[in-house]
Design a protein around this ligand. Sequence first.
Ligand code: FAD
Length: 524
Amino acid sequence: MKREIVLRLSPKDAADDKLIKSLVAKKMKVSPDKLSAFRVVKRSIDARQKIVLVQLHIEAYANAKPPKEKPVVFEYPDVSNKPEVVVVGAGPGGYFAALRLVELGLKPIVLERGKGVNERKKDLALLNRNESVNTESNYAFGEGGAGTFSDGKLYTRSTKRGDFRKVLEVFHFHGASGDILIDAHPHIGTDKLPEVIKAMRQSIIDAGGEVHFDTKVTNVLLDGQKITGVETQSGDKITGDAVILATGHSARDIYYMLDESNVLLEAKTWAMGVRVEHPQDLIDQIQYHSPKGRGDYLPAASYSLSCQIEERGVYSFCMCPGGFIVPAMTDADEMVVNGMSPSKRNSPWANSGMVVEIRPDDIGEYQNKGVLGGLEYQKELERLAFVNGGQGVVAPAQSLADFVDGQLSFDLPECSYVPGLVASPLHFWLPENIGQRLRKGFEYFDRRARGFVTNEALVVGVESRTSSPVRIPRDRMSFQHVQIAGLYPCGEGAGYAGGIASSAIDGEKCAEKAWEFVTGKSID
Ligand code: FAD
Protein backbone atom coordinates (compact mmCIF):
# COMPACT_ATOMS: atom_id res chain seq x y z
CA MET A 1 0.00 0.00 0.00
CA LYS A 2 1.34 3.43 -0.97
CA ARG A 3 0.03 6.66 0.50
CA GLU A 4 0.83 10.31 0.32
CA ILE A 5 0.67 11.91 3.73
CA VAL A 6 0.94 15.52 4.83
CA LEU A 7 2.18 16.24 8.34
CA ARG A 8 2.20 19.69 9.91
CA LEU A 9 4.57 19.60 12.84
CA SER A 10 6.39 21.87 15.22
CA PRO A 11 9.99 22.52 14.06
CA LYS A 12 11.29 20.26 16.84
CA ASP A 13 8.98 17.38 15.94
CA ALA A 14 9.79 17.78 12.26
CA ALA A 15 13.44 17.00 13.09
CA ASP A 16 12.52 13.77 14.95
CA ASP A 17 12.60 10.86 12.47
CA LYS A 18 11.35 8.35 15.03
CA LEU A 19 8.32 10.46 15.79
CA ILE A 20 7.63 11.02 12.10
CA LYS A 21 7.78 7.27 11.51
CA SER A 22 5.24 6.60 14.25
CA LEU A 23 2.92 9.35 12.97
CA VAL A 24 3.13 8.03 9.43
CA ALA A 25 2.38 4.48 10.64
CA LYS A 26 -0.58 5.79 12.62
CA LYS A 27 -1.96 7.58 9.56
CA MET A 28 -1.58 4.36 7.57
CA LYS A 29 -3.19 2.38 10.37
CA VAL A 30 -0.28 -0.05 10.65
CA SER A 31 2.30 -0.63 13.37
CA PRO A 32 5.65 1.12 12.76
CA ASP A 33 7.38 -2.21 12.02
CA LYS A 34 4.96 -2.80 9.12
CA LEU A 35 6.02 0.43 7.50
CA SER A 36 8.22 -0.61 4.57
CA ALA A 37 9.58 2.82 3.76
CA PHE A 38 8.77 6.49 3.79
CA ARG A 39 10.43 9.59 2.39
CA VAL A 40 9.90 13.32 2.53
CA VAL A 41 9.21 14.59 -0.97
CA LYS A 42 8.53 18.23 -0.11
CA ARG A 43 9.32 20.38 2.91
CA SER A 44 8.11 23.89 3.64
CA ILE A 45 7.79 26.23 6.59
CA ASP A 46 4.53 27.99 7.35
CA ALA A 47 5.24 31.05 9.48
CA ARG A 48 2.08 32.97 8.60
CA GLN A 49 0.38 32.30 11.94
CA LYS A 50 1.68 32.87 15.46
CA ILE A 51 2.66 29.21 15.67
CA VAL A 52 5.31 28.24 13.14
CA LEU A 53 4.81 24.83 11.54
CA VAL A 54 6.86 22.66 9.23
CA GLN A 55 4.84 20.97 6.53
CA LEU A 56 6.13 17.63 5.29
CA HIS A 57 4.76 15.85 2.23
CA ILE A 58 5.59 12.20 2.70
CA GLU A 59 5.40 9.20 0.40
CA ALA A 60 4.90 6.09 2.53
CA TYR A 61 4.68 2.36 1.84
CA ALA A 62 3.26 -0.30 4.16
CA ASN A 63 3.33 -4.05 3.50
CA ALA A 64 4.64 -3.25 0.05
CA LYS A 65 8.01 -3.07 -1.55
CA PRO A 66 8.75 0.58 -2.34
CA PRO A 67 10.05 1.21 -5.85
CA LYS A 68 13.85 1.36 -5.89
CA GLU A 69 14.82 4.99 -5.72
CA LYS A 70 17.08 5.72 -8.65
CA PRO A 71 18.92 9.02 -8.71
CA VAL A 72 18.40 10.77 -12.03
CA VAL A 73 21.42 10.24 -14.25
CA PHE A 74 22.12 12.45 -17.24
CA GLU A 75 23.80 10.94 -20.27
CA TYR A 76 26.03 13.26 -22.22
CA PRO A 77 26.96 11.63 -25.55
CA ASP A 78 30.18 12.28 -27.48
CA VAL A 79 29.61 15.39 -29.57
CA SER A 80 33.20 16.12 -30.56
CA ASN A 81 32.49 15.72 -34.29
CA LYS A 82 28.99 17.17 -34.32
CA PRO A 83 27.82 20.52 -35.71
CA GLU A 84 29.00 23.40 -33.54
CA VAL A 85 26.96 26.03 -31.71
CA VAL A 86 28.70 29.01 -30.13
CA VAL A 87 27.54 29.80 -26.57
CA VAL A 88 28.65 33.19 -25.28
CA GLY A 89 28.77 33.32 -21.47
CA ALA A 90 29.32 30.56 -18.90
CA GLY A 91 26.57 31.64 -16.49
CA PRO A 92 23.56 29.45 -15.73
CA GLY A 93 22.02 30.39 -19.08
CA GLY A 94 25.17 29.46 -21.01
CA TYR A 95 26.08 26.26 -19.12
CA PHE A 96 22.54 24.86 -19.17
CA ALA A 97 22.33 25.68 -22.88
CA ALA A 98 25.65 23.90 -23.46
CA LEU A 99 24.59 20.77 -21.55
CA ARG A 100 21.28 20.63 -23.39
CA LEU A 101 23.07 21.01 -26.75
CA VAL A 102 25.23 18.03 -25.79
CA GLU A 103 22.15 15.99 -24.85
CA LEU A 104 20.68 16.80 -28.24
CA GLY A 105 23.88 15.86 -30.08
CA LEU A 106 25.39 19.26 -30.91
CA LYS A 107 28.84 20.50 -29.91
CA PRO A 108 28.85 23.64 -27.73
CA ILE A 109 31.78 26.06 -27.93
CA VAL A 110 31.45 28.12 -24.74
CA LEU A 111 33.26 31.47 -24.72
CA GLU A 112 33.62 33.21 -21.35
CA ARG A 113 35.29 36.58 -20.79
CA GLY A 114 36.17 35.78 -17.17
CA LYS A 115 38.20 33.07 -15.47
CA GLY A 116 37.39 29.60 -14.16
CA VAL A 117 35.84 29.56 -10.67
CA ASN A 118 39.08 28.83 -8.81
CA GLU A 119 40.99 31.66 -10.45
CA ARG A 120 38.00 33.90 -10.05
CA LYS A 121 38.11 33.54 -6.26
CA LYS A 122 41.48 35.29 -6.14
CA ASP A 123 40.05 38.36 -7.88
CA LEU A 124 37.13 38.41 -5.46
CA ALA A 125 39.59 38.39 -2.56
CA LEU A 126 41.36 41.44 -4.04
CA LEU A 127 38.01 43.15 -4.49
CA ASN A 128 37.01 42.45 -0.90
CA ARG A 129 40.33 43.83 0.30
CA ASN A 130 39.61 46.96 -1.73
CA GLU A 131 42.78 46.42 -3.73
CA SER A 132 41.42 46.32 -7.28
CA VAL A 133 38.37 45.80 -9.46
CA ASN A 134 39.15 43.38 -12.28
CA THR A 135 36.80 44.36 -15.09
CA GLU A 136 36.76 40.79 -16.47
CA SER A 137 36.73 38.77 -13.25
CA ASN A 138 34.41 39.79 -10.44
CA TYR A 139 31.06 38.87 -8.85
CA ALA A 140 29.31 39.23 -12.22
CA PHE A 141 31.90 37.95 -14.72
CA GLY A 142 33.60 34.59 -14.75
CA GLU A 143 32.67 30.92 -14.82
CA GLY A 144 29.20 30.25 -13.41
CA GLY A 145 28.23 33.86 -14.10
CA ALA A 146 26.61 36.12 -11.55
CA GLY A 147 25.11 33.09 -9.81
CA THR A 148 28.34 31.43 -8.63
CA PHE A 149 29.11 33.55 -5.61
CA SER A 150 25.52 34.06 -4.58
CA ASP A 151 22.93 32.59 -2.28
CA GLY A 152 22.16 30.05 -4.98
CA LYS A 153 18.44 30.44 -4.43
CA LEU A 154 16.69 28.36 -7.01
CA TYR A 155 13.26 29.90 -7.00
CA THR A 156 11.46 30.95 -10.11
CA ARG A 157 8.09 32.39 -10.90
CA SER A 158 8.38 31.18 -14.46
CA THR A 159 8.20 27.38 -14.03
CA LYS A 160 5.62 27.34 -16.82
CA ARG A 161 8.34 28.33 -19.28
CA GLY A 162 10.22 25.08 -18.91
CA ASP A 163 11.30 22.17 -16.82
CA PHE A 164 12.21 23.56 -13.39
CA ARG A 165 12.48 20.08 -11.90
CA LYS A 166 15.09 19.16 -14.48
CA VAL A 167 17.17 22.20 -13.55
CA LEU A 168 17.20 21.01 -9.94
CA GLU A 169 18.11 17.49 -11.04
CA VAL A 170 20.98 18.74 -13.22
CA PHE A 171 22.35 20.72 -10.26
CA HIS A 172 21.91 17.67 -8.02
CA PHE A 173 23.57 15.38 -10.58
CA HIS A 174 26.55 17.75 -10.56
CA GLY A 175 26.91 17.69 -6.79
CA ALA A 176 24.26 19.93 -5.17
CA SER A 177 22.62 18.52 -2.04
CA GLY A 178 19.50 16.35 -2.45
CA ASP A 179 17.71 18.88 -0.20
CA ILE A 180 17.15 21.07 -3.26
CA LEU A 181 14.84 18.39 -4.63
CA ILE A 182 12.48 18.58 -1.66
CA ASP A 183 12.73 22.06 -0.18
CA ALA A 184 9.96 24.47 -1.16
CA HIS A 185 12.59 27.21 -1.36
CA PRO A 186 15.74 25.41 -2.47
CA HIS A 187 19.16 27.04 -2.30
CA ILE A 188 22.68 25.73 -2.86
CA GLY A 189 24.93 28.26 -1.11
CA THR A 190 28.06 30.06 -2.23
CA ASP A 191 30.38 27.53 -0.57
CA LYS A 192 28.92 24.67 -2.66
CA LEU A 193 28.24 26.35 -5.97
CA PRO A 194 31.81 26.51 -7.34
CA GLU A 195 32.23 22.71 -7.21
CA VAL A 196 28.84 22.20 -8.88
CA ILE A 197 29.79 24.65 -11.63
CA LYS A 198 33.13 22.91 -12.16
CA ALA A 199 31.38 19.54 -12.46
CA MET A 200 29.06 21.01 -15.11
CA ARG A 201 32.07 22.27 -17.04
CA GLN A 202 33.62 18.81 -16.82
CA SER A 203 30.47 17.22 -18.27
CA ILE A 204 30.64 19.60 -21.25
CA ILE A 205 34.34 18.91 -21.84
CA ASP A 206 34.09 15.14 -21.30
CA ALA A 207 31.41 15.03 -23.99
CA GLY A 208 33.72 16.79 -26.45
CA GLY A 209 32.36 20.32 -26.04
CA GLU A 210 34.72 23.25 -25.49
CA VAL A 211 34.94 25.86 -22.74
CA HIS A 212 37.30 28.83 -23.25
CA PHE A 213 37.99 31.29 -20.45
CA ASP A 214 39.55 34.77 -20.84
CA THR A 215 37.76 34.91 -24.17
CA LYS A 216 35.74 38.06 -24.49
CA VAL A 217 33.36 38.38 -27.41
CA THR A 218 33.59 41.84 -28.93
CA ASN A 219 31.65 41.49 -32.16
CA VAL A 220 29.05 39.45 -33.99
CA LEU A 221 29.79 38.12 -37.47
CA LEU A 222 26.80 38.81 -39.67
CA ASP A 223 26.08 37.69 -43.19
CA GLY A 224 23.16 39.95 -44.05
CA GLN A 225 20.41 38.99 -41.60
CA LYS A 226 22.09 35.79 -40.43
CA ILE A 227 24.74 35.31 -37.74
CA THR A 228 27.71 33.13 -38.66
CA GLY A 229 29.76 33.46 -35.50
CA VAL A 230 31.50 35.93 -33.22
CA GLU A 231 34.80 37.75 -32.98
CA THR A 232 36.80 37.79 -29.77
CA GLN A 233 38.96 40.47 -28.20
CA SER A 234 42.09 38.89 -29.66
CA GLY A 235 40.60 39.06 -33.17
CA ASP A 236 39.80 35.35 -33.47
CA LYS A 237 36.70 34.56 -35.49
CA ILE A 238 34.73 31.68 -34.05
CA THR A 239 32.02 30.34 -36.30
CA GLY A 240 29.10 28.05 -35.60
CA ASP A 241 25.73 27.02 -37.00
CA ALA A 242 24.01 29.17 -34.37
CA VAL A 243 25.00 31.54 -31.56
CA ILE A 244 23.42 31.53 -28.09
CA LEU A 245 24.12 34.89 -26.48
CA ALA A 246 23.91 34.49 -22.68
CA THR A 247 26.07 37.36 -21.47
CA GLY A 248 24.03 38.51 -18.46
CA HIS A 249 22.83 42.00 -17.65
CA SER A 250 26.18 43.43 -16.53
CA ALA A 251 27.76 43.07 -19.99
CA ARG A 252 26.93 46.59 -21.08
CA ASP A 253 29.56 46.46 -23.83
CA ILE A 254 27.50 43.74 -25.54
CA TYR A 255 24.45 46.02 -25.75
CA TYR A 256 26.55 48.87 -27.13
CA MET A 257 28.18 46.53 -29.66
CA LEU A 258 24.82 45.14 -30.82
CA ASP A 259 23.41 48.65 -31.12
CA GLU A 260 26.38 49.73 -33.23
CA SER A 261 25.92 46.63 -35.39
CA ASN A 262 22.29 47.69 -35.99
CA VAL A 263 20.92 44.66 -34.13
CA LEU A 264 17.55 45.72 -32.74
CA LEU A 265 17.30 46.29 -28.97
CA GLU A 266 14.36 47.44 -26.84
CA ALA A 267 14.17 49.50 -23.65
CA LYS A 268 12.39 47.68 -20.82
CA THR A 269 11.28 48.10 -17.22
CA TRP A 270 13.78 47.16 -14.51
CA ALA A 271 14.42 48.04 -10.86
CA MET A 272 17.06 49.78 -8.74
CA GLY A 273 17.44 50.76 -5.10
CA VAL A 274 19.58 49.77 -2.14
CA ARG A 275 20.52 46.70 -0.15
CA VAL A 276 19.16 46.59 3.38
CA GLU A 277 20.78 44.59 6.15
CA HIS A 278 19.39 43.60 9.57
CA PRO A 279 20.73 41.41 12.32
CA GLN A 280 19.43 37.94 11.41
CA ASP A 281 18.13 37.52 14.99
CA LEU A 282 15.82 40.47 14.48
CA ILE A 283 14.41 39.05 11.22
CA ASP A 284 13.96 35.67 12.95
CA GLN A 285 12.04 37.35 15.77
CA ILE A 286 9.81 39.23 13.35
CA GLN A 287 9.17 36.37 10.95
CA TYR A 288 8.80 33.60 13.52
CA HIS A 289 6.73 35.83 15.85
CA SER A 290 8.92 35.06 18.84
CA PRO A 291 11.28 37.15 20.98
CA LYS A 292 13.42 33.99 21.16
CA GLY A 293 14.05 34.03 17.43
CA ARG A 294 14.42 30.84 15.45
CA GLY A 295 15.51 28.48 18.23
CA ASP A 296 17.36 25.26 17.45
CA TYR A 297 15.22 23.79 14.69
CA LEU A 298 14.30 26.52 12.27
CA PRO A 299 16.46 27.92 9.47
CA ALA A 300 17.44 31.59 9.30
CA ALA A 301 14.20 33.37 8.39
CA SER A 302 13.68 35.11 5.09
CA TYR A 303 11.10 37.64 3.97
CA SER A 304 9.46 38.85 0.82
CA LEU A 305 7.90 42.31 0.92
CA SER A 306 6.25 44.34 -1.77
CA CYS A 307 3.94 47.31 -2.20
CA GLN A 308 2.94 49.96 -4.70
CA ILE A 309 4.11 53.50 -4.07
CA GLU A 310 2.99 56.22 -6.48
CA GLU A 311 2.16 53.67 -9.17
CA ARG A 312 5.49 51.87 -9.04
CA GLY A 313 6.37 48.59 -7.40
CA VAL A 314 8.69 48.72 -4.37
CA TYR A 315 9.86 45.29 -3.31
CA SER A 316 12.46 43.13 -1.67
CA PHE A 317 14.72 41.32 -4.10
CA CYS A 318 17.14 38.44 -3.72
CA MET A 319 16.85 38.18 0.06
CA CYS A 320 19.84 36.41 1.60
CA PRO A 321 19.21 35.04 5.12
CA GLY A 322 22.39 34.45 7.13
CA GLY A 323 24.37 36.09 4.36
CA PHE A 324 26.80 38.82 3.35
CA ILE A 325 26.62 41.96 1.26
CA VAL A 326 29.18 41.83 -1.54
CA PRO A 327 30.69 44.34 -3.99
CA ALA A 328 29.14 43.54 -7.39
CA MET A 329 30.56 46.29 -9.60
CA THR A 330 32.28 45.45 -12.89
CA ASP A 331 34.28 48.67 -13.23
CA ALA A 332 36.46 50.73 -10.92
CA ASP A 333 34.33 53.90 -11.04
CA GLU A 334 31.06 52.18 -10.06
CA MET A 335 29.50 51.23 -6.75
CA VAL A 336 27.16 48.25 -6.88
CA VAL A 337 26.20 45.87 -4.08
CA ASN A 338 24.45 42.52 -4.02
CA GLY A 339 24.10 39.65 -1.55
CA MET A 340 25.12 36.05 -1.05
CA SER A 341 24.85 33.31 1.59
CA PRO A 342 26.69 30.14 2.45
CA SER A 343 24.72 26.87 2.34
CA LYS A 344 24.15 26.94 6.12
CA ARG A 345 22.97 30.53 5.99
CA ASN A 346 24.69 31.05 9.30
CA SER A 347 26.12 34.57 9.27
CA PRO A 348 24.63 36.94 11.88
CA TRP A 349 23.09 39.12 9.14
CA ALA A 350 20.08 39.12 6.85
CA ASN A 351 20.32 41.23 3.70
CA SER A 352 18.03 41.95 0.81
CA GLY A 353 17.78 44.23 -2.18
CA MET A 354 15.02 46.82 -1.77
CA VAL A 355 14.24 48.20 -5.15
CA VAL A 356 11.88 50.43 -7.07
CA GLU A 357 10.44 49.58 -10.46
CA ILE A 358 11.84 51.87 -13.16
CA ARG A 359 10.00 52.24 -16.44
CA PRO A 360 11.64 53.56 -19.60
CA ASP A 361 9.75 56.86 -19.24
CA ASP A 362 10.90 57.34 -15.61
CA ILE A 363 14.44 58.32 -16.54
CA GLY A 364 13.98 61.97 -17.51
CA GLU A 365 16.56 63.35 -19.91
CA TYR A 366 18.17 59.92 -20.29
CA GLN A 367 15.25 59.00 -22.52
CA ASN A 368 16.87 61.21 -25.17
CA LYS A 369 19.73 58.73 -25.36
CA GLY A 370 17.41 56.27 -27.04
CA VAL A 371 17.16 52.58 -26.37
CA LEU A 372 20.31 52.57 -24.22
CA GLY A 373 19.11 55.47 -22.03
CA GLY A 374 18.27 53.06 -19.19
CA LEU A 375 21.85 51.76 -19.18
CA GLU A 376 23.17 55.32 -18.97
CA TYR A 377 20.78 56.11 -16.11
CA GLN A 378 21.87 52.95 -14.30
CA LYS A 379 25.55 53.86 -14.82
CA GLU A 380 24.91 57.36 -13.49
CA LEU A 381 23.35 56.00 -10.28
CA GLU A 382 26.34 53.71 -9.80
CA ARG A 383 28.72 56.64 -10.34
CA LEU A 384 26.75 58.71 -7.83
CA ALA A 385 27.06 55.91 -5.28
CA PHE A 386 30.78 55.64 -6.03
CA VAL A 387 31.31 59.37 -5.46
CA ASN A 388 29.31 59.22 -2.23
CA GLY A 389 31.10 56.10 -1.06
CA GLY A 390 34.55 55.92 0.46
CA GLN A 391 37.65 55.09 -1.52
CA GLY A 392 37.39 52.33 -4.08
CA VAL A 393 34.77 49.79 -3.09
CA VAL A 394 33.94 51.25 0.34
CA ALA A 395 30.15 51.61 0.14
CA PRO A 396 27.92 54.53 1.17
CA ALA A 397 25.52 53.55 3.96
CA GLN A 398 22.98 54.97 6.38
CA SER A 399 20.99 53.47 9.20
CA LEU A 400 17.58 52.42 7.94
CA ALA A 401 15.70 54.52 10.52
CA ASP A 402 17.77 57.60 9.62
CA PHE A 403 17.16 56.98 5.93
CA VAL A 404 13.42 56.89 6.51
CA ASP A 405 13.55 59.94 8.81
CA GLY A 406 15.80 61.87 6.40
CA GLN A 407 18.62 62.29 8.92
CA LEU A 408 22.37 61.84 8.76
CA SER A 409 23.75 58.75 10.48
CA PHE A 410 26.62 59.42 12.82
CA ASP A 411 27.09 55.83 13.90
CA LEU A 412 26.59 52.87 11.64
CA PRO A 413 25.81 49.44 13.04
CA GLU A 414 28.12 46.56 12.23
CA CYS A 415 27.76 45.21 8.72
CA SER A 416 28.74 42.10 6.78
CA TYR A 417 30.19 44.10 3.89
CA VAL A 418 33.90 43.31 4.07
CA PRO A 419 35.42 46.28 2.16
CA GLY A 420 33.80 48.68 4.66
CA LEU A 421 31.24 51.47 4.78
CA VAL A 422 31.18 55.22 4.97
CA ALA A 423 28.22 57.12 6.47
CA SER A 424 26.38 58.96 3.71
CA PRO A 425 22.96 60.67 3.37
CA LEU A 426 21.41 58.32 0.84
CA HIS A 427 18.00 59.96 1.45
CA PHE A 428 19.53 63.15 0.03
CA TRP A 429 21.43 61.99 -3.04
CA LEU A 430 19.34 59.09 -4.36
CA PRO A 431 17.18 60.30 -7.25
CA GLU A 432 13.81 61.34 -5.87
CA ASN A 433 11.81 58.76 -7.82
CA ILE A 434 13.85 56.04 -6.10
CA GLY A 435 14.68 57.54 -2.69
CA GLN A 436 11.19 58.84 -1.88
CA ARG A 437 9.47 55.65 -2.92
CA LEU A 438 11.92 53.57 -0.92
CA ARG A 439 11.32 55.65 2.20
CA LYS A 440 7.56 55.31 1.86
CA GLY A 441 7.96 51.63 1.05
CA PHE A 442 10.01 51.06 4.21
CA GLU A 443 7.34 52.80 6.29
CA TYR A 444 4.76 50.47 4.78
CA PHE A 445 6.95 47.40 5.41
CA ASP A 446 7.42 48.46 9.02
CA ARG A 447 3.66 48.34 9.46
CA ARG A 448 3.61 44.81 7.99
CA ALA A 449 6.68 43.60 9.88
CA ARG A 450 6.89 45.58 13.13
CA GLY A 451 10.44 46.51 14.02
CA PHE A 452 11.72 46.34 10.42
CA VAL A 453 12.69 50.04 10.38
CA THR A 454 15.33 50.37 13.06
CA ASN A 455 18.71 51.91 13.71
CA GLU A 456 20.07 48.37 13.99
CA ALA A 457 19.54 48.01 10.23
CA LEU A 458 21.45 49.60 7.38
CA VAL A 459 20.79 50.68 3.85
CA VAL A 460 23.84 50.24 1.60
CA GLY A 461 24.02 51.71 -1.89
CA VAL A 462 23.32 50.86 -4.56
CA GLU A 463 21.51 47.76 -5.76
CA SER A 464 21.32 48.58 -9.43
CA ARG A 465 21.79 45.27 -11.25
CA THR A 466 18.55 43.47 -10.54
CA SER A 467 17.72 42.99 -14.18
CA SER A 468 18.52 44.59 -17.50
CA PRO A 469 17.11 47.94 -18.68
CA VAL A 470 17.45 46.54 -22.21
CA ARG A 471 15.90 43.57 -23.99
CA ILE A 472 17.41 41.80 -26.99
CA PRO A 473 14.11 40.94 -28.64
CA ARG A 474 13.47 37.48 -29.99
CA ASP A 475 10.66 35.77 -31.83
CA ARG A 476 8.18 34.16 -29.44
CA MET A 477 8.11 30.83 -31.25
CA SER A 478 11.59 30.36 -32.71
CA PHE A 479 13.50 32.23 -29.93
CA GLN A 480 15.70 33.74 -32.66
CA HIS A 481 16.43 37.42 -32.61
CA VAL A 482 13.58 39.18 -34.40
CA GLN A 483 15.92 40.22 -37.24
CA ILE A 484 18.96 37.94 -37.13
CA ALA A 485 18.57 34.27 -38.02
CA GLY A 486 20.58 31.88 -35.85
CA LEU A 487 21.07 34.39 -33.00
CA TYR A 488 19.50 33.23 -29.71
CA PRO A 489 19.39 35.99 -27.06
CA CYS A 490 19.30 34.01 -23.81
CA GLY A 491 18.86 34.47 -20.07
CA GLU A 492 18.88 37.55 -17.93
CA GLY A 493 20.95 39.75 -20.23
CA ALA A 494 18.50 39.21 -23.05
CA GLY A 495 15.64 40.19 -20.75
CA TYR A 496 13.99 36.77 -20.78
CA ALA A 497 14.90 35.52 -17.32
CA GLY A 498 15.57 36.74 -13.81
CA GLY A 499 17.62 34.60 -11.48
CA ILE A 500 19.61 31.40 -11.68
CA ALA A 501 16.77 28.92 -12.20
CA SER A 502 14.90 30.87 -14.86
CA SER A 503 18.15 31.62 -16.73
CA ALA A 504 18.96 27.91 -16.64
CA ILE A 505 15.49 27.06 -17.96
CA ASP A 506 15.91 29.67 -20.67
CA GLY A 507 19.32 28.22 -21.58
CA GLU A 508 17.75 24.80 -22.09
CA LYS A 509 14.98 26.27 -24.22
CA CYS A 510 17.40 28.27 -26.39
CA ALA A 511 19.47 25.11 -26.93
CA GLU A 512 16.36 23.23 -28.08
CA LYS A 513 15.39 26.01 -30.47
CA ALA A 514 18.96 26.20 -31.80
CA TRP A 515 18.89 22.41 -32.35
CA GLU A 516 15.66 22.81 -34.37
CA PHE A 517 17.33 25.53 -36.44
CA VAL A 518 20.50 23.54 -37.07
CA THR A 519 18.85 20.18 -37.82
CA GLY A 520 15.64 21.44 -39.45
CA LYS A 521 13.71 19.03 -37.20
CA SER A 522 11.08 19.68 -34.55
CA ILE A 523 11.79 18.77 -30.92
CA ASP A 524 8.20 17.65 -30.19
P1 FAD B 1 25.11 35.63 -15.95
O1 FAD B 1 25.05 34.75 -14.78
O2 FAD B 1 25.30 37.08 -15.72
O3 FAD B 1 26.25 35.06 -16.88
C1 FAD B 1 26.71 35.75 -18.00
C2 FAD B 1 28.13 35.30 -18.30
O4 FAD B 1 28.51 35.85 -19.55
C3 FAD B 1 29.13 35.77 -17.27
O5 FAD B 1 29.90 34.69 -16.82
C4 FAD B 1 29.97 36.79 -18.02
O6 FAD B 1 31.32 36.82 -17.60
C5 FAD B 1 29.86 36.29 -19.45
N1 FAD B 1 30.06 37.36 -20.44
C6 FAD B 1 29.56 38.62 -20.41
N2 FAD B 1 29.97 39.31 -21.50
C7 FAD B 1 30.73 38.47 -22.23
C8 FAD B 1 31.45 38.61 -23.43
N3 FAD B 1 31.46 39.76 -24.12
N4 FAD B 1 32.17 37.55 -23.89
C9 FAD B 1 32.17 36.36 -23.21
N5 FAD B 1 31.52 36.20 -22.03
C10 FAD B 1 30.80 37.23 -21.56
N6 FAD B 1 19.84 34.69 -8.60
C11 FAD B 1 19.15 33.71 -8.00
O7 FAD B 1 18.26 33.11 -8.64
N7 FAD B 1 19.40 33.35 -6.72
C12 FAD B 1 20.37 33.95 -5.98
O8 FAD B 1 20.58 33.59 -4.83
C13 FAD B 1 21.12 34.98 -6.58
N8 FAD B 1 22.08 35.64 -5.90
C14 FAD B 1 22.89 36.52 -6.55
C15 FAD B 1 23.98 37.07 -5.87
C16 FAD B 1 24.86 37.90 -6.53
C17 FAD B 1 26.05 38.44 -5.77
C18 FAD B 1 24.62 38.26 -7.88
C19 FAD B 1 25.56 39.20 -8.59
C20 FAD B 1 23.53 37.74 -8.55
C21 FAD B 1 22.66 36.87 -7.90
N9 FAD B 1 21.56 36.29 -8.55
C22 FAD B 1 20.83 35.32 -7.93
C23 FAD B 1 21.23 36.63 -9.94
C24 FAD B 1 21.73 35.50 -10.84
O9 FAD B 1 23.06 35.27 -10.58
C25 FAD B 1 21.48 35.82 -12.30
O10 FAD B 1 20.11 36.03 -12.46
C26 FAD B 1 21.92 34.71 -13.22
O11 FAD B 1 23.24 34.35 -12.98
C27 FAD B 1 21.73 35.11 -14.68
O12 FAD B 1 22.20 34.08 -15.48
P2 FAD B 1 22.71 34.35 -16.97
O13 FAD B 1 23.37 33.09 -17.40
O14 FAD B 1 21.62 34.89 -17.78
O15 FAD B 1 23.80 35.51 -16.85
